[in-house]
Design a protein around this ligand. Structure first.
Ligand SMILES: [Ca+2]
Length: 244
């Protein structure tokens, strides 16, 4: 086998592998911005590959690479145009006994005025609301991910970014500013499949309790999210309840 055919096969394998990876990531709901990251990575891989090729191979590989990127770009545009469907209706999650709020939340409320959570009817989800929910979820998820250091600090991510609870708080604030009832926007805590603590924003709708998450960008019902639920905000001042 010639060096040219080896290089061509290597290039083909890289492009095919990335196309499959791209499809998997989208299928698992990592969000469309993930596709942009992938296109960047694909581009740098092609750069790495072309360093090892001679001039004619370089031109051929570069052309093939850009064609592959164009194909990914078209896929990206099609997926962007086809927003995920509104979830099928699911039951509201049930909560039980009052639970201790997370320490970081208590500390935040000691420094700022945490507004009481009112009792509101679940938001009626229509196409416009669904689009707005996805837009705010995606926009906040694109902010820089900044882990806490020593302390579990809860503060809205604003534009500087933050970790899971900070992003959930930011989504809560942006949705309230957009006119969503605060009684339907509830912070919740969970354990991931690897046992790590996690926080998300729950949105109570007539389609069920929806999860706005910075790990899985696709908005799903709490029943469909791969977490062991622990507690969530409840009506009242600084009230949290255990999730059954
Ligand atoms: Ca934090």
């Amino acid at each position: 086998m010639t060096a040219n055919s080896n290089s061509a096969q290597l290039s083909d394998r890289i492009i095919m592998r990335d196309a499959k990876w791209f499809a998997d990531e989208v299928r698992h709901g990592r969000g469309l911005s993930f596709a942009a990251d992938l296109i960047e990575k694909q581009s740098s891989r092609i750069d790495d590959l072309t360093i090892r090729l001679n001039k004619s191979e370089f031109i051929a590989a570069r052309l093939k690479g850009w064609l592959a990127l164009a194909a990914l770009g078209i896929m990206f545009a099609i997926l962007a145009a086809c927003a995920a469907p509104i979830p099928i209706p699911a039951a509201q999650m049930q909560t039980g006994a009052q639970a201790m709020p997370p320490m970081g939340y208590i500390a935040m409320c000691a420094e700022t005025d945490c507004a009481p959570i009112p009792v509101t009817a679940p938001t009626k989800l229509n196409s416009a609301k669904w689009t707005e929910l996805n837009a705010i979820n995606d926009a906040v998820n694109r902010l820089p991910k900044i882990p806490d250091t020593a302390l579990d600090v809860w503060q809205p991510a604003a534009t500087r970014g933050g970790d899971c609870e900070d992003l959930a708080l930011e989504k809560q604030q942006r949705l309230i500013a957009a006119g969503w009832p605060s009684g339907d926007l509830l912070l919740a805590t969970a354990r991931t499949f690897s046992g790590e603590g996690h926080a998300v924003l729950i949105v109570r709708t007539d389609r069920g309790d929806l999860v706005l998450d910075d790990i899985n960008w696709a908005i799903v019902t709490m029943q469909d999210a791969p977490y062991v639920w622990r507690s969530m905000q409840a009506p009242g001042f600084m009230k949290w309840a255990a999730i059954k």
